[in-house]
Design a protein around this ligand. Sequence first.
Ligand SMILES: Nc1ncnc2c1ncn2[C@@H]1O[C@H](COP(=O)(O)OP(=O)(O)OP(=O)(O)O)[C@@H](O)[C@H]1O
Ligand SMILES: [Mg+2]
Length: 460
Amino acid sequence: MSRDKDTKTVYVCRLCGQTSAKWLGRCPGCGEWHTLVDEPVDTLVRKGRSLLSASQSAPLPLLEVSTDVDEARIFIGMNEMDRVLGGGLVPGSLVLLAGEPGIGKSTLLLQILCHLASNQKKILYVSGEESLAQIRMRSERLGKIPESLWVACESELDRIIEIVKEQSPSVLAVDSIQTMFCGEILSAPGSVAQVREATARLMQLAKSKGIPTILVGHVTKEGAIAGPRVLEHLVDTVLYFEGDRSHTFRLLRTVKNRYGPTHEIGVFEMTEAGLKQVPNPSEVFLGQRPKAVPGSVIVPCMEGTRPILVEIQALVSPSHLAMPRRTSTGIDSSRLALLIAVAERHLGVALFDRDIFINVVGGLKISEPASELAVIMAMVSSLRDVPLNMDTAVFGEVGLTGEVRAVGRTELRLNEAARLGLKRCIIPQAGSHRLKFSDSLEILPVKRIDEAVAAMSKVS
Ligand SMILES: Nc1ncnc2c1ncn2[C@@H]1O[C@H](COP(=O)(O)OP(=O)(O)OP(=O)(O)O)[C@@H](O)[C@H]1O
Ligand SMILES: [Mg+2]
């Protein structure tokens, strides 16, 4: 009974860390359902203290602060990875590599560490999930094992800190943060309090010793364990490793970076020998494109600073349902509903009795408005059974009144289309006269979606 009095509980959201005095079905912070779990209040008090102690340093004039971050960056030697990090690992930085279970986080981490270790740097890989033999087996599959790669199976944080102090590695990797635990916290490994405390301590270690640290974090769709989202504000860089399990492509996306740009992506392909870098994603994504078929349109999308040509496919067929199906993969479904409404109103096409399926080939997810014109053209092409010419790319944002709006980085998109041998491009007219683009590409500027569809029938 007295124990209950000592350890009062508070309810904490597993996803965003919001606390509440009583249990609620829906988290008031992030709006997710059934994410609040009870935790002893004692752990929360300690957590607050240890976070504060991480930033104890004497104040000094800003002018006197040295900015040698870029010179000291540790180059990994994997282009896709270095670009995503903004040019390599920054000493003392904490990088979170998050992704769904089984997507390939440990594989990517091991490959990064092998690259780093091959430059004679001592690297320490601490795993709380796999045995040493498992790690050895995976690394044999990946290739040559460098001598300076050290491994340890440990999940107790105090012991890990001791090992790091003994070994003083150049880079530390911890797989995964959800398996780590601090003895003095009462809750189980993987709970919000444990995950936060473990990250805060590793952060302190990284900053005080200047050791770049890579943490692996799991995200589950249901948020069944403490999602790395609660850690996003603690760490310096957040990388999401994502992809469709049925495809071999994997994307590494920067969600946050205190030392470089965000929204950069790295493209990898999962093979038996590990993850292979894909330096030319456009070529791969367009590789299996069927020859001029109705419903297929190419759009040059920007992923960070890089343009990637992506194929959007539409299938529009008569529906036998009272509520026709609208399914989209890789494109937001509410945006699809909006584009269908715009097409019906401004192109005079009847889509209300059609099933519509949209797919972005290769498992990519496109959030850019520049793809909107391509979606409309793919739908019209499928509806009318008229293929768009194979050598034509399309991009532009579509407004509610049927106008085609300008999008950024037009030249980069056109260059990529020209590089891959396309012949023409339908683009927004706004700003097209200012283009400094003198390549073999024929440019077809359009103001409205009906002009774009008319241009499509001219070039098909
Ligand atoms: N022999 C193999 N050949 C080809 N691909 C393999 C092989 N073994 C594993 N894989 C791929 O590696 C993936 C698992 O990789 P990995 O263990 O790195 O994922 P993870 O994200 O770390 O998973 P977890 O969440 O369980 O830690 C598998 O889903 C599979 O696609
Ligand atoms: Mg793993």
